[in-house]
Design a protein around this ligand. Structure first.
Ligand code: PLP
Length: 428
């Protein structure tokens, strides 16, 4: 494939945008390639600046569950933007999206809109601290909750040790109150609660981890997290930025029937526009300004164009519940293609899939937490990735990301992808 134009644009971008990108993983550094610059996208396909077309399994990292430029959503975006793109004042659309979220997810009695997942998580943590009067929070190794200071804590340190910043520019004081624990490890969690449970404002978790590759939770583990937080008076925050409206219309909490105190959304609820939200129990949410003392605000929060895109996306998902079976079936087909190719070509592979959430790790070991995910052979991934890109299959340039199918992926797309997987594995 010729990607001359993309290479030229990348050179220019690097002069004026750090790394040439506005979000690091887009730079393709870990796979040692230049990223295609995107010109347009429609349905399951994405087109780069040189006119190459790819079948897209990134889907803007999750939001494009209906495919790119979904006509019904675009229509709403057009209508809304003609009526003005921002007012900084309340609108009926905000009520509508809030109603859709509240009726989809029973644990959410009230919801506040923001403009990104990062912002939603950051605000939910502040709220949990305001509600409990406690400072410490606990997160799990390998879970990502956006880039706010207190959550950029390096995974892998011992259970009770002080948090260590994963990023330069994060003062140690900001992460002293962030504890990390091992995903799926009930024993360790119980021990940590015995020591620090009474000081915890909240435990935040991706109910299906999606940012160390897809890692499925043991149900017993999720139940233990719920039980312990309740016992010790800490709030349970589900980060459903990926799983919300993807694993099921009611999110992972509906799927597993576990009720968190607060929930964070992003990605899908904006229908491809910048949106985040946090919501939960009324007695907690009422502490937010102007009702209570926990301050949180946003110039573009509840933006009418973003609300319009989110409303239409959720309405389509609500009115077409079979979409979820269809997505799961497509992901299952991909899973089967990976298994077949790995057996045929003798490539060590471990696949995690739940519904339409899927990751194929280049390791024989079962991947159940951060440590086992890190056993993946990223050199093999690099080769596999390069082949797939050349074959016109656009996947995340990292071993530790999910593959997202959308309503728009066709049987032919999946067949072509299966062929590419076979071709790639034959060359590894
Ligand atoms: C993407 C993501 C975020 C951050 O959302 P942004 O909109 O990128 O700030 C937070 N949590 C999870 C689980 C995510 O996948």
């Amino acid at each position: 494939m010729n990607r001359t134009k993309s290479a030229e644009l990348f050179e220019i971008a690097k002069q004026i945008i750090p790394g040439g990108v506005n979000s690091p993983v887009r730079a393709y550094k870990s796979v040692g390639l230049n990223p295609p610059f995107i010109r347009s996208a429609k349905g399951s396909k994405i087109v780069d600046a040189d006119g190459n077309e790819y079948i897209d399994y990134i889907g803007s990292w999750g939001p494009m569950i209906l495919g790119h430029a979904c006509p019904e959503v675009i229509e709403e975006i057009k209508k809304a933007s003609e009526e003005g793109t921002s007012y900084g004042a309340p609108t009926e659309k905000e009520i509508k999206l809030a109603q859709l979220i509240c009726s989809a997810v029973p644990s959410i009695e009230m919801v506040r809109m923001v403009s990104s997942g990062t912002e939603a998580v950051m605000s939910a943590i502040r709220l949990a601290r305001g509600f409990t009067g406690r400072n410490k929070i606990l997160k799990f190794e390998g879970c990502y909750h956006g880039h706010s200071d207190g959550l950029l804590v390096k995974a892998g340190s011992g259970a009770l040790t002080t948090g260590v910043p994963d990023s330069a520019g994060v003062p140690l004081d900001y992460v002293r109150n962030t504890l990390t624990a091992v995903y799926n490890n009930c024993g360790e969690l119980e021990e940590m609660f015995k020591v620090s449970g009474g000081e915890l404002a909240a435990v935040i978790i991706e109910p299906v981890a999606g940012n160390m590759g897809v890692v499925l939770p043991d149900i017993a583990f999720l139940e233990a997290v719920r039980k312990l937080t309740r016992e010790y008076g800490a709030l349970l925050i589900f980060d459903e930025v990926i799983t919300g409206f993807r694993l099921a219309y009611g999110g992972a909490q509906g799927y597993f029937n576990i009720t968190p105190d607060l929930t964070v959304f992003g990605k899908i609820i904006g229908g491809g526009m910048p949106v985040g939200a946090y919501g939960g129990r009324k007695d907690i949410m009422n502490l937010i300004s102007p009702n209570g003392p926990v301050y949180q605000a946003g110039t573009l929060s509840g933006n009418p164009v973003a609300m319009a895109a989110g409303i239409k996306t959720l309405e389509i998902l609500r009115d077409n519940p079979l979409i979820y079976e269809d997505l799961a079936r497509k992901a299952e087909q991909l899973e089967a293609a990976f298994i077949e190719a790995s057996e045929k070509h003798g490539i060590p592979l471990s696949i995690n899939r739940l519904g339409s959430l899927l990751s194929a790790f280049f390791t024989k070991e079962k991947v159940s937490d951060f440590k086992s995910a890190m056993k993946s052979d990223t050199e093999i991934f690099k080769k596999y990735f390069a082949y797939m890109l050349e074959a016109g299959i656009y996947i995340a340039p990292s071993q530790y990301e999910a593959m997202f199918v959308s309503r728009a992926h066709s049987a032919e797309d999946l067949e072509e992808t299966a062929k590419a997987i076979d071709g790639a594995f034959g060359r590894l």
